[in-house]
Write a protein that binds this ligand. Structure first.
Ligand SMILES: O=C(CO)[C@@H](O)[C@H](O)[C@H](O)[C@H](O)COP(=O)(O)O
Ligand SMILES: [Zn+2]
Length: 197
């Protein structure tokens, strides 16, 4: 395949993946908006975590809650668990990298808070352990994954929400994840401010 065709194939594959994701995920995504809105309306908060590109996605999402998305509104309570290098290095050094998010959920989580856990494979141990800690804190979980969901399938409760992108490549899954996170911001704003832009 020549390079131009290779580049074009990314767009074609992304279009197919967005379409398949819309079919599979619009309903659970709508449920996730309700869950997040209820938590925020009850003075609970959102915690988010992920590794690598998913760490960037987690902090991007939380920045749009605490700051704003498209319209001015009140600040919304959220913390990204992958941003504080002192916590990440201290907890990683003293307890191991698998504990870096779990420890923060245990420190910050309250019943009714929501954890947004992002892992394209569904298998990153630090993300899985953050979910166990969230359950211990009586928090709900919204998990963003792909590749069939991996070990998340065994860990999530019926009351949690699993947004699993139907694709096996990390980059394609991440491209849909950022759409999902923006759609969540849009849904929260629509409930808070009305649905006109
Ligand atoms: O962004 C990318 C690849 O697109 C990478 O940085 C990727 O996020 C890292 O390899 C992560 O460690 C993958 O973890 P996960 O999505 O399987 O939980
Ligand atoms: Zn990447």
């Amino acid at each position: 395949m020549d390079m131009t065709s290779r580049m074009a194939s990314h767009f074609d594959d992304a279009i197919d993946t967005f379409k398949a994701s819309s079919q599979a995920l619009a309903q659970p995504l709508s449920n996730a908006v309700d869950l997040l809105f209820s938590a925020l309306a009850n003075n609970n908060k959102i915690l988010a975590c992920g590794n690598g590109g998913s760490a960037a996605d987690a902090q991007h999402f939380i920045a749009e809650l605490v700051g704003r998305f498209e319209r001015d509104r009140l600040p919304l309570a959220g913390v990204a668990l992958n941003t504080d290098t002192s916590i990440l290095t201290a907890v990683g050094n003293d307890y191991g990298f698998d504990a870096v998010f779990e420890r923060q959920v245990a420190a910050l989580g309250q019943p009714g808070d929501v954890l947004v856990a992002i892992s394209t494979s569904g298998n990153s141990p630090n993300v899985l352990r953050s979910i166990e800690a969230a359950h211990e804190r009586e928090m709900s979980v919204i998990a963003l994954s792909g590749k069939g969901g991996g070990k998340l399938n065994e860990l999530l409760y019926e009351t949690d929400i699993h947004l699993c992108v139907p694709h096996d490549r990390t980059m394609r899954i991440q491209e849909v994840h950022i759409l999902l996170l923006h759609a969540l911001c849009d849904g929260i704003d629509a409930l808070l401010l009305g649905d006109t832009l």
